[in-house]
Design a protein. Structure first.
Lengths: 507, 122
């Protein structure tokens, strides 16, 4: 008896490891042992593989079958090893040619009738195969599109075991010649649908330009959610690499279908305020799955009713807000997911929500009001550059039939401003104003002299912390970019200060 | 009762086939259906090389319910080990070289017999 050898991929976060699968069949009582730290789902592969092989009219060896997944120390999970194990068992019985298997990887869960089921995480697994000597990858047919996003590998989509064996034995398979390309989806919600709210719209434009986080405070029904949902439409379309990153994360989470394979739209993720910390940042004991903040990578994370969030959930976002990625550590290892998003928080001004204007109908005590927004922790608020009030639309704004600017128009302005910024950052390894290092802000990226004086005065009056000083300056750069100023003028700095404090902007 | 009688007959026929198969290969049969309180050993034979061989025989009429040898569970295998030692002790051969084999016998309704003999399975 020979030893059957194939390859699979074990995925931890977005990092895949090539796993060699060896099958030895020896005489003895019928027995099946699976070595190499399998989890429960993988342990159960025995019965799936057996039924799938038998129902595909292949022979199940009624002997002592030993399956070894190497490297043995690496904990492995999930059902994606079904297919390589099945192929290795056939290879050990010498009923298929083994030459082809040396440079092939197999991926997929088996149904009892021999169908190959759709798998999770195909995209990141294949990306990590780029640097191996693997040439051919067999994937479930349902994952063919996502697999083709990865260049440099021959992708063989297969529907069931019989089809796969026909290819291995006779080299015959159905040719698929579909072409795939990235698409720009124009089905987003448009900014012009929001009546009035000029200040808030401008704040969104600034946020989109510089990648600034934003907090909106206002009574219910004033359009906070509407505004937040329209932020992705103001962001430039994702580049090919960015789109691939987003798709890889969605693939691991098993929600790539919902997003669409070739979408260049920045993702918009809005977890409910009862969301747990694990759902927000990611986790899981056997398979580490990305959380909402990673799904929002390169896009927008919107949390409505932010003060209602369970304690600690919002503060768990502090690490990704700082570093643009999140590392989750569990007993089986640690995984790092990118999490570079624009955070949008919406909040009512008080528990009853009616504290607006003169606040005459508000039924909350002053203590309740004070406590309510204090639920948003200081360190978190400090990281949010834009804090604006969203008041109910005025009578004139509401009744005038005038349609505001469309998203496309604003997005063009944002794109131009981003190009201005990118030119400036040539020497630095950043792309957005929100990422300018503090030291650079005090040297090459100062505002106009009068603007700097204004900021220093604010600091002297203790209206501004050192962090606030830098944040305001970054904001001022975004405002200047939008206004096509060479550097932030004193008016840009003033505007930045008001956007930070939620003061009235348009008089 | 009828069913279990048939099964018992099937078992007996299977054991006879295996015994004949062993005899043809030069084995001497030392005991058949050796039974004590703990259980039963189907066949005890002496190999041409002088090794005492214990054989567990499983007979079936088809493979429809899986391979016959699959019904030898870990518990059953452990019992076979103890029974083998018990046989050696009670026959004053403790310390002798021995092995445990298993044989699957498929007796088709047509009368065709197929023996799947596996040596030293435990």
């Amino acid at each position: 008896m020979t030893i059957g050898v194939t390859h699979g991929v074990s995925l931890m976060g977005l990092t895949g490891t090539l796993v060699q699968i060896e099958v030895d069949i020896s005489d003895g009582l019928p027995h099946y042992s699976l070595l190499g730290l399998p989890d429960l789902a993988l342990m159960e592969s025995r019965d799936r593989v057996r039924s799938a092989l038998v129902n595909s009219r292949e022979i199940w060896p009624n002997k002592k079958v030993t399956v070894s997944l190497s490297p043995a120390w690496l904990p492995k999970s999930g059902s994606n090893f079904d297919l390589p194990i099945a192929v290795a068992i056939l290879a050990a019985q010498q009923v298929i040619p083994i030459e082809q298997l040396k440079k092939s990887v197999f991926f997929g869960e088996l149904a009892l009738d021999g169908r190959i089921r759709e798998a999770r995480g195909v995209l990141p697994a294949l990306i990590s195969l780029r640097e191996s000597n693997i040439e051919t990858v067999v994937v479930p047919k349902a994952n063919a599109g996502e697999a083709r996003l990865v260049s440099g590998l021959e992708i063989i989509p297969m529907e069931n075991i019989s089809e796969l064996l026909n290819w291995l034995r006779n080299g015959m398979r159905a040719e698929i010649t579909e072409q795939f390309s990235f698409v720009q989806n124009n089905n987003f919600k448009d900014l012009s649908e929001v009546a009035g709210q000029l200040e808030a719209k401008y704040a969104l434009e600034v946020a989109a330009t510089g990648g600034h986080h934003i907090l909106m405070i206002g009574p219910p029904g004033t359009g906070k959610t509407m505004l937040a949902e329209r932020l992705p439409s103001l962001l430039p379309a994702l580049g090919e690499q960015e789109s691939l990153e987003v798709s890889a994360i969605h693939s691991v989470a098993g929600v790539l279908k919902e997003r669409g394979l070739f979408s260049r739209e920045p993702p918009f993720i809005s977890p409910h305020h009862t969301t747990t910390r694990t759902a927000m940042v990611g986790g899981g004991s056997n398979i580490i799955k990305p959380g909402a903040c990673s799904l929002a990578h390169n896009g927008v994370l919107f949390i409505d009713e932010a003060p209602e969030c369970v304690t600690g959930v919002l503060d768990a976002l502090r690490q990704p807000l700082e570093s643009g990625e999140i590392t989750i550590t569990r007993a089986i290892g640690s995984a790092t997911f990118p999490a570079d998003f624009i955070l949008v928080l919406a909040a009512n001004p008080c528990p009853c929500g009616r504290l607006t204007g003169r606040g005459r109908s508000c039924t909350c005590s002053s203590l309740q009001v004070r406590r309510y927004l204090n639920r948003l922790s200081g360190p978190l608020i400090d990281r949010i550059d834009l804090r604006i009030k969203v008041e109910p639309p005025t009578r004139t704004a509401f009744s005038s039939g005038e349609i505001g600017e469309s998203s496309v128009l604003v997005r063009e302005r944002v794109a131009v401003a981003r190009i201005r910024a990118a030119k400036r950052f040539k020497s630095l390894n950043i792309s957005r104003n929100a990422d300018i290092p503090a030291l650079a802000l005090r040297n090459e990226f100062k505002a106009e002299r009068a603007g700097m004086t204004l900021l220093h005065n604010e600091m002297d009056r203790e209206n501004l912390t050192a962090r606030g000083f830098h944040k305001t300056l970054r904001l001022a750069w975004s405002i200047a970019d939008l206004a096509e100023h060479e550097l932030p003028l004193v008016e840009d700095v003033k505007r930045a200060l008001s956007l930070r404090d939620g003061m009235d902007l348009f008089g | 009762m009828a069913k279990s009688k048939q099964a018992a007959l099937m078992g007996e026929v299977g054991e006879t086939f295996v015994a004949n198969h062993l005899k043809k290969s030069g084995y001497a049969i030392l005991a058949r259906n050796w039974r004590i309180k703990e259980g039963e050993i189907d066949l005890v034979a002496l190999s041409p090389a002088g090794k005492i061989t214990f054989v567990e025989v499983k007979s079936r009429s088809s493979l429809a319910f899986g391979h016959p040898l699959e019904s030898i569970t870990a518990e059953k295998a452990y019992r076979l080990q103890r029974l083998a030692l018990a046989w050696l002790v009670s026959n004053s051969k403790f310390g002798a070289d021995y092995q445990i084999d298993a044989a699957a016998v498929i007796i088709a309704p047509s009368g065709a017999v197929e023996i799947d003999y596996r040596e030293a399975v435990l």
